[in-house]
Write a protein that binds this ligand. Structure first.
Ligand code: 13P
Length: 283
């Protein structure tokens, strides 16, 4: 069932768990994530970032994501991740995405607030939720840029939330996109301050490589949406590799099944850590 992300995150706030937001690049990943969600009776978010549209055009993958969410037997929000342009954000909304992110983390605070408000105004016509980012999560979604981590100033986060009324706020606490070069040392002191002072649910980007203990601590300290991208892509690739090594891929459809399996296993593992299993009846 296609749902608004706002509802998923408000249920997660009440139930004190986090919802997995899984980046997808093709139908096999969509099917794998939804198989895990349905099996575990978990709400999930399917997302794709603007920088990934080179490989998976929005007008092709967007309708697929929305259709799969509508057909799913568990609540699914469809989210546009790291929106950079009003043009693409508007296209996602037209296609029926129930949530969009405007990433103005590189902008001065005032400008980030102003453009986020513009996006909120557009999204409100569709009833869609809006996520924004304050501070700077390291790296970039597709690994093309080595953006330095700039931890969120909790006072800025309070001002940002107050002046925008955004539905979800991504913060930077030492997290980064892609595989970490060394174990991340998350700034729980900053997270705790933000969680106490900021009303909207908080979002953790750069989920790949964060330890299960840290995920659990985050999910109990205000983080209600956790983004996972690289781990899914790696799991799909590794599963396919493993199947070739075992000689179990005899043709295209075995390859397709291995891709679905890779996405399924990764989503299942994360849903169980985030504590979002058994939170919904399978329809
Ligand atoms: P990872 O690739 O590190 O899992 O980050 C995902 C993400 O934050 C997408 O916005």
């Amino acid at each position: 069932m296609l749902v608004n992300m706002r509802n998923l995150l408000s249920d997660a706030q009440k139930g004190n768990y986090a919802v997995g937001s899984f980046s997808v690049a093709n139908m096999e990943m969509v099917l794998g994530v939804l198989k895990a969600a349905q099996e575990l009776k978990a709400p999930v978010i399917l997302q794709i970032a603007e920088v990934r549209l080179k490989q998976s055009p929005l007008e092709v993958i967007g309708p697929l994501m929305v259709a799969a969410a509508k057909a799913a037997k568990t609540p699914v929000a469809v989210h546009f991740d790291h929106g950079k342009t009003i043009e693409k954000i508007s296209q996602a909304l037209e296609l029926g995405f129930t949530s969009v992110m405007f990433d103005g983390s590189h902008l001065p605070l005032e400008e980030n607030i102003a453009v986020t408000n513009e996006v909120i105004n557009i999204a409100s016509k569709y009833g869609a939720a809006v996520e924004a980012e304050i501070g700077c999560v390291g790296g970039s979604e597709d690994g093309s840029e080595d953006i330095a981590i700039n931890c969120t100033d909790p006072d800025d986060a309070v001002r940002f939330a107050r002046e925008t009324g955004v539905d979800a706020l991504a913060i930077a606490i030492g997290n980064a996109h892609g595989n970490y070069k060394s174990t991340p040392n998350l700034r729980f002191d900053i997270l705790e301050k933000c969680a106490k002072a900021v009303e909207p649910p908080l979002v953790l980007h750069g989920g790949t490589g964060i330890s299960p203990d840290d995920f659990v601590r985050c999910s109990k300290t205000g983080i209600k949406k956790i983004n996972i991208a690289t781990a899914t892509f790696d799991s799909v690739e590794k599963t396919v590799h493993g199947c070739y090594n075992e000689n179990s891929i005899k043709g295209y459809y075995d390859l397709q099944a291995a891709e679905v399996e890779g996405a399924y296993q990764n989503a299942k593992r994360h849903i169980l850590i985030f504590g979002s299993d058994n939170k919904t009846e399978v329809l």
